[in-house]
Design a binder for this molecule. Structure first.
Ligand code: NAP
Length: 274
């Protein structure tokens, strides 16, 4: 009798040993009775190509999620790119059965905001950062019915380039001008790596300029409470860390891999487990 092979999926990048992705997908495989397993594989720019071309097939790998620093390289190695990945030249989900690369971070952030009960319609949104995560997030926000989108970045040129790629009426400015944009900001999203271990905002006084009914979203999930979130909480401003977005972007990738979109019940359970 032919032995059926387990479907294998993986997160690839460096570092990946502390990635939450195996916990998320293995939970979903169990929940939906899928004979699959999800592992973390440490790879770098020098060996990703050989891995995808030679080893992935041998180990029956059906799909990978791509994390730092391989998102751009993975886009160049994908046979096809969906329209967003083609525009941004980055991939966080690669379906190895079709060779197609996708980008699910921005969609994940919007789904998370929805689950958080925050409606972005008509809102003034300020994104800080213009790196990989900001790209996909700004793309999705610019296509929602927001009133305005402003991108603030330490390297202003990168914010301007991002605004050009995304298109539409996006304001850009230097991160040092942050205070000027806080008074009419409804949603502040931190897409920089400021707040990760050993690195934090030197001055968080801009939080005091925000409206009491504004929302602060920090896409960092390690640590769970960055200095930004602690300060927002102290000021009774609603906030959220990046774990919810991580789960929600994985739901879109799971839909690509397994054809099933998990729902809020699974998201709530995962928030408790992780
Ligand atoms: P990235 O491409 O390296 O971009 C980093 C951004 O942070 C750039 O805009 C950079 O500004 C800015 N930055 C870094 N250090 C800074 C400092 N000291 N002062 C001011 N700005 C600084 O990184 P990424 O992939 O976008 O990831 C950003 C963060 O999002 C990471 O913490 C990552 O873990 C998190 N993330 C979370 C999720 C999730 O699902 N929750 C998904 C993806 C990423 P310059 O342009 O001036 O260098």
């Amino acid at each position: 009798m032919k032995k059926l092979q387990k479907k294998i999926f993986a997160v690839i990048g460096n570092p990946v040993s502390h990635s939450k992705s195996p916990d998320i997908y293995n939970y979903l495989f169990k929940k939906y009775n899928i004979d699959g397993t999800y592992i973390a594989i440490e790879l770098n720019e020098e060996n990703i190509e050989q891995f995808l071309k030679e080893f992935a097939k041998g180990m029956n790998l059906k799909g990978v999620n791509v994390t730092m620093p391989l998102k751009e390289k993975a886009a160049t190695l994908s046979r096809r790119l969906d329209s967003l990945s083609g525009l941004l030249k980055t991939v966080n989900t690669l379906d190895l059965t079709t060779g197609t690369g996708y980008t699910t971070d921005g969609k994940g952030l919007l789904l998370s905001l929805n689950y958080q009960g925050f409606d972005i319609t008509g809102k003034n949104v300020v994104v800080i950062g213009a790196g990989g995560a900001a790209k996909s997030i700004c793309y999705e926000i610019a296509r929602s019915k927001v009133n305005s989108l402003t991108i603030l970045n330490r390297t202003l040129l990168k914010a301007k380039e991002l605004a050009d790629i995304v298109g539409g009426a996006i304001k850009t400015d230097d991160l040092s001008k942050m205070d000027e944009y806080m008074h009419d900001c409804d949603l502040l999203i931190n897409c920089t790596s400021i707040g990760m271990k050993g690195n934090d905002f030197e001055d968080l006084s801009f939080i005091h300029l925000l409206k009491k009914n504004s929302f602060v979203y920090d896409i960092i999930y390690e640590p769970r409470k960055t200095g930004l979130l602690k300060e927002a909480e102290k000021n009774n401003i609603k906030c959220c860390n990046g774990l919810d977005m991580l789960i929600c972007q994985a739901f879109y990738a799971f839909e690509i891999f397994a054809g099933i979109m998990p729902d809020k019940e699974e998201r709530d359970e995962l928030l408790n487990i992780l």
